[in-house]
Design a binder for this molecule. Structure first.
Ligand code: SF4
Length: 351
């Protein structure tokens, strides 16, 4: 019999499963709290459960869906985790301390099908979707590993993969993350970043009030299609219409991520075009200067000069558009935006 990955279950799923093996329904809530509030590492720690039930759990379930293969910490505290999955696949997550925040950037797929031109993850191709348990486990095990040293305050779906292409598992994981008996995060502390899968984006708006970020990276359709092939299927005007119609909570805005590539998408004219296309969207813009570390032999892109970056920001700010320059963190350990390729430092060294 295949073992049950227990972190695939929301509380109602777990209640149904517990009943299916002949245990009382209330045991599910006890179990859920043990897993997510007490962060148990084995079923033996659940002393309030009968020996018989613990034996059933031990025999028929797996508490963890992944194991930490390697952990690298950069000088600024950014910490990259490499995970081994049960079928031998590898993924990464990145913890970014920025007091009082401590953000965990998690993966939703092994590789990515969308092949954006500036993204190393896209060069891996697509292997498979992560299960709910594999997504939730990144949060649980990083929390356990960091202990009292650093507490995760925010979660962002910006690691490997396109979360909306793995909609069901991602939504199920978010339900566990926000359940008061589960990981108990507020929706306001969770951000999902997408390249713009419009049907799933519309569904998300009606099903989960998490923060939304859009990987935009170009102010016009032609350039966006060149940089992000997914734009051919879901063109920029349609994506921005979906953003205008997105049911945002009061005072919330959509974050637009914009990687600045020297001489490609960083001119003042393109900044003005960006202002024009975002008109009517409750938007803020994160400007992310391209990170050439480790990737410059694969890509022809360069980071713009500081003067060019500031000039681009100035145009947006003059138009009353909030625009923040975000420096990628963890570049020295290949943990910055677009650098996740799930390789151990040993294999990088031996390349
Ligand atoms: S930027 Fe996002 S959607 Fe594009 S290839 Fe990278 S991981 Fe995939």
């Amino acid at each position: 019999m295949e073992p049950v990955f227990i972190k695939n279950y929301t509380l109602p799923d777990l209640e149904a499963w517990v009943e299916s093996i002949g245990e009382a329904r209330f045991r599910a809530r006890q179990l859920f709290r043990q897993i997510y509030n007490r962060h148990i590492r084995s079923w033996d720690e659940c002393s309030d459960l009968s020996k018989m039930f613990r034996a059933q759990l031990e025999f028929g379930t797996l508490l963890n869906a992944s194991t930490i293969v390697e952990k690298q910490e950069a000088s600024d505290g950014t910490t990259k985790y490499l995970w081994g999955l049960h079928d031998g696949q590898l993924i990464e997550s990145v913890l970014i301390p920025d007091p009082p925040r401590c953000t965990l950037c998690i993966s939703s797929q092994v590789g990515c099908p969308f092949q954006c031109k500036f993204c190393l993850t896209g060069t891996l191709g697509f292997k498979r979707n992560l299960s709910t348990a594999e997504i939730v486990d990144q949060v649980c095990q990083v929390g356990q590993d960091q202990g009292a040293r650093r507490r995760i305050t925010n979660i962002v779906f910006m690691g490997m993969g396109e979360p909306l292409a793995n909609y069901a598992s991602v939504l199920q994981a978010i339900r566990i993350m926000v359940d008061p008996n589960g990981l108990a995060f507020s929706h306001r502390r969770i951000t999902l970043s997408t390249a713009g899968l419009i049907p799933q984006l519309r569904r998300l708006g009606s099903e989960s009030p998490v923060n939304l970020a859009i990987s935009l990276h170009a102010p016009d359709d032609a350039l966006r299609s060149e940089l992000m092939p997914i734009n051919r299927k879901y063109p920029l005007p349609e994506l921005l219409s979906a953003c205008r119609e997105y049911p945002l909570p009061p005072r919330k805005r959509i974050t637009f991520e914009y990687i600045l590539l020297d001489g490609v998408n960083d001119s003042p004219k393109q900044a003005r075009e960006l202002v024009r296309v975002l008109h009517g969207v409750r938007a803020k813009v994160n400007l992310i200067p391209f990170n050439p570390v480790d990737s410059d032999f694969r890509f022809n892109y360069r980071r713009p000069s500081d003067a060019r970056i500031l000039a681009f920001q100035e145009v947006l700010q003059q138009a009353q558009l909030t625009a923040i320059i975000r420096q990628s963190r963890g570049a020295e350990i290949s943990a910055a935006c677009g650098q996740l390729v799930a390789k151990s430092s040993n294999s990088v060294a031996s390349d």
